[in-house]
Design a protein around this ligand. Structure first.
Ligand SMILES: [Zn+2]
Length: 128
């Protein structure tokens, strides 16, 4: 199963069932790409299939993914985060982890020493 955090996704998940299922899950479907999953709390579980992988890629590319960003809030982290200061600008790099692609709400940039770092929507603004 793939796990999608509803706070960091470009999918627009809509609950399908009127009453939450006995097992605590809601059936959800993305209004944009049709991706179906089961949601509990802040996570949507999606079957790991080729069709779903395609929907995820398409839905992300439909949104405006940044190619260059400016840091708005100093992300906390280890030494790799030292080159990130408020106002500094960074090129977005290809995601090193397919489970976390670059999206409108989170992108990868090069940290100190070239270590890939993922930053979240409240930490950056899109320049390009
Ligand atoms: Zn979607």
């Amino acid at each position: 199963m793939l796990k999608i955090n509803i706070n960091e996704t470009t999918h627009l998940f809509e609950k399908q069932n009127l009453v939450t299922n006995k097992n605590g899950f809601d059936n959800v479907v993305c209004k944009k790409c049709g991706l179906k999953g089961k949601r509990t709390l802040e996570t949507v579980f999606v079957a790991r299939t080729k069709a779903n992988a395609k929907k995820i890629t398409t839905c992300n590319s439909n949104s405006s993914v940044a190619t260059r960003v400016r840091i708005l809030k100093q992300p906390s982290g280890n030494k790799s985060f030292e080159n990130l200061t408020v106002g500094s600008e960074h090129e977005v790099i290809p995601s090193p982890e397919s489970i976390y692609p670059n999206t409108a709400t989170s992108v990868w940039i090069s940290g100190a020493g070239g270590t890939p770092i993922r930053i979240l929507k409240h930490e950056f603004e899109k320049i390009n």
